[in-house]
Design a binder for this molecule. Structure first.
Ligand code: G6Q
Length: 550
């Protein structure tokens, strides 16, 4: 029996390594982070990794050296090394779709070799990157003209899910490096408001649409793309040839792209071994490259690649994604945390938590193992977050004094891209203060010593002992963004490997899509809807509302 097959029969939560962690969690339970720090002067520096531009301080987790040793044993039990090799080797690690998940090839240097079904895919990857760069140079220089002869001023990416969240996040994150005379917008929602608001103040003869869809069949994207085509044609008196100058596509489906009216040479391809949420560094990143230019885009890819090499090569005890993934498992499975807050202290990363929600929750929101049997333990936690310091004046209350355990990932940069008076010092002071407050809290005695009236003491106590990671980087560059995204990608993979689930499929999105297709004609027809009594009543009410009667 192969290693993978053996692994498929194996339930990790029944392993000795898992049992040892459960026992260890019980032993460690009564020990507060205050005690762990007091007993070990070197803890804050020892439980940290400094690699490829990221300093990860994980000392404020409820762990000891023994916890790490046991988590590493768990990784071994789950065959993490073999699984990483399998992913990098182009094996069909996406078992339920029978596909490789070789996003690491998207950022490999030209001379690297990554094989899918025996063929090196790196030359194709670079051929597309080169075509993207040529196109971006033409648009950015003004050489590419719209149908009316004007240069492009507005770029609208139409896509959803993996074909939207990465591009939006990267555009916002790297705005500092972007061409400010080009305007970028992103339309994803099938709600017509999204399209209407994105286009209402734009001139169609200066607007380029990127229709980004791996399948080129997605309902929302194709609906928006058709509206975009109508909007463009209306501005050019219905001249169908205008489409060629105002639309390009990013897809794997050449036939559907050409049927839409976009010439094959205005299509940028990618491959079925690139999952949607792992695609921001493929041609799906065309809007990113248009915004920041090919050189910065390549710098971002180099950042991704540096993290890939680190993940593939670094010993597990000094491996950023492996440790972050394992700490997530510890908090999730052994300390009972159900969510994780991602808190970037960097305004440009305002969409990073939303991006991570798809990456983490679509990947690890699974209840069966690779072999289809129930997983037997909790899997992916809920990810959420907002940039600091804003959240401090809102939901942090619950993190500090609520009844739930919410581990936090704080992300901060030593330098600001917009140095302005004391702003950055204040920002940094705040992020450091938050993790300190969460870990150490404030005891009743400390509160009393401040002269607090006795009846208010309980309200002002901070229990502390709340875990967090702090990720500190030098400054937000394209390369830094690449390393950060790849860090989370591989940390998700590490966790999926422990839980023995498939992080690369997303069957959970299908049922709603099927039902929506069935409901569409029922909303306008007269035939009696055939669902449960609640859905039937809601359909009838929608019909009535649409007909102007209630
Ligand atoms: C991501 C998912 C999903 C996908 C969208 C858009 O991993 O596969 O979010 O990206 O459903 O799909 P298309 O790119 O095919 O339009």
């Amino acid at each position: 029996m192969s290693g993978v097959a053996q692994e498929q029969l194996h339930s990790i939560s029944r392993s000795a390594a898992w049992g040892a962690l459960e026992a260890h969690a019980r032993e460690l339970g009564p020990h507060h982070l205050r005690e762990l720090f007091a007993a070990d002067a070197g803890r804050g520096e020892r439980l940290a990794i400094d690699a490829i531009g990221i300093y990860l301080d994980y000392s404020k987790n409820r762990i000891t050296d023994e916890t790490i040793r046991l988590l590493l044993a768990l990784a071994e039990e789950a065959s993490l090394r073999e699984r990483i090799d399998a992913m990098f080797g182009g094996d069909k690690v996406n078992v339920s779709e029978d596909r490789a998940a070789l996003h690491v090839a998207l950022r490999a240097p030209r001379n690297a070799v990554f094989r899918v079904d025996g063929d090196n895919v790196v030359p194709e990857v670079h051929a597309v990157l080169d075509r993207m760069a040529g196109f971006c140079d033409r648009v950015r220089s003004g050489a590419w003209r719209g149908h009316g002869g004007k240069p492009i001023r507005n770029v609208i990416n139409i896509g959803i899910g993996g074909s939207d969240l990465g591009p939006v996040m990267a555009y916002e994150a790297l705005r500092h490096y972007s061409r400010r005379d080009l305007r970028f917008r992103f339309v994803s929602n099938v709600d017509g408001t999204d399209f209407a608001e994105a286009t209402r103040d734009l001139a169609a003869d200066e607007t380029l649409f990127i229709v980004a869809s791996k399948t080129f069949t997605t309902q929302e994207t194709m609906t928006n793309a058709r509206s975009a085509r109508d909007w463009t044609l209306a501005a050019f008196g219905g001249e169908a040839s205008a489409v060629a100058r105002h639309f390009v596509a990013v897809s794997t489906n050449t036939d559907a792209v050409t049927a839409f009216g976009i010439a094959a040479d205005h299509m940028f391809g990618f491959w079925d071994w690139v999952g949607g949420r792992y695609s921001m560094d493929s041609a799906i990143g065309l809007s990113t490259m248009l915004a920041i230019g090919p050189d910065h885009f390549h710098a971002m890819l180099a950042g991704f690649h540096a993290m890939d090499e680190h993940f593939h090569g670094a010993p597990f005890e000094a491996n950023l994604p492996v440790l972050m993934g394992l700490l997530g498992v510890w908090n999730n499975n052994f300390l009972g945390a159900r969510t994780l807050a991602v808190l970037p202290y960097e305004q440009y990363l305002k969409r990073f938590p939303a991006y991570l929600q798809q990456l983490t929750m679509e990947s690890n929101g699974k209840r069966v193992r690779l072999d289809g049997r129930p997983v037997g333990c909790e899997t992916g936690p809920i990810y959420w977050g907002e940039p600091g310091t804003n959240g401090q004046h809102s939901f942090y209350q619950l993190i500090h004094q609520g009844t739930r355990l919410i581990p936090c990932d704080f992300i901060a940069f030593g330098e600001s891209l917009n140095p302005l008076g004391a702003h950055h010092e204040l920002l940094l002071a705040n992020v450091l203060a938050q993790s300190e407050a969460l870990a150490f809290g404030k005891t009743a005695d400390e509160v009393r010593a401040e002269g607090t009236p006795e009846e208010l003491v309980p309200h002002r106590v901070f229990e502390g002992n709340r875990p967090s990671n702090t990720l500190l980087l030098e400054r937000l560059t394209p390369a830094a963004l690449g390393t950060l995204v790849a860090l989370y990608e591989h940390s998700v993979f590490t966790q999926a490997t422990i839980w023995n689930i498939d992080p690369f499929d997303q069957w959970g999105v299908e049922l709603g899509k099927q039902l929506a297709r069935r409901i569409v004609p029922e909303l306008s027809g007269d035939a009696a809807p055939a669902h449960d009594s609640s859905t039937n009543a809601l359909i009838r009410r929608c019909r009535a509302l649409r007909a102007g009667r209630t």
